[in-house]
Design a protein around this ligand. Sequence first.
Ligand code: TRP
Length: 336
Amino acid sequence: MEETQNKKTIFSGIQPSGIPTLGNYLGALQNWCKFQDDYNCIYSVVDLHAITVRQDPATLRHRTLELVSLLLACGIDPNKSLLFIQSHVPTHAQLAWVLNCNTQFGVLSRMTQFKEKAASHADNVNAGLFTYPTLMAADILLYQADAVPVGADQKQHLELARDLAQRFNGIYGDTFKVPEPLIPKVGARIMSLQDPTKKMSKSDENQNAFISMLDRPDDIMRKFKRAVTDSEAVVAYREHKAGINNLMSIYNAATGKSFEQIEAEFEGRGYGDFKKAVGEAVVELLRPIQEKYDDYMKNKDYLADVYTKSAEKALYISTKTLNKVYKKVGFVKREF
Ligand code: TRP
């Protein structure tokens, strides 16, 4: 990471729970790359969070490396930013424990995501699932992050991290920077291709509902061909046209063309033409990323070099905060 004292720090994490979708790319990862110009960026593949639901060990290991490769392929630049694997930096789990002891059971029980996941994984409502938000708070607070890019589903967790920081500072004296949510100015909210009132999700049972960032061109073309639209046959951005609006947002994000330009381009043409154009634009958007991804996956030594150097730096930075915390709560200084 460049030594840039005057830049603000961003922290964000992504779970290695499958290949991100086109929606994840346009809504989040593309912005992660853009932030690198203006901020010190610290990005982590959060495997500790991933095991709050049952994981197959070999699959988790593979997905973690896949995700590191994909983030590099998207344009995360290890000369500018840190990109590390959460379990490599022990301070995360260490701070999470102290934060757990400063977080009320009642507060964690009210977290929407916990309630949802407890319902959908009723056979494995483990303590880690319950304390997931304090681990996430540790991720952020360890680096004294100024800002955290998060989607709507993580806002409540970020709010908890802010409350924790403020309360801890109140009890023990100034320790943590209170992080701000970063709601990007640009960044599309991409919806399911099969039900455009729902967010595009990689865990959708219907494979046609989402585009994975590693989908091959014919799959992409086929999924757009089958995308749900309406019966008006007019390419226009209107309130009651969720399917077309979504395709227009995707086309806009992939080509940079404005909605007016898109409307003009497809005036008097059918949805078939439009869907084909959207599919082709997405194929071209993802092609260079997929090519780089394949290269990184073939170069495990390089990957290891990136995530190891980043983890060493992350450990150095985060240890300063952890030491402060340990001192404040009354632990005896470690003399080795
Ligand atoms: N909980 C986040 C998610 O599922 C991932 C995450 C873990 C994260 N730690 C974080 C996001 C810290 C932002 C900051 O999307």
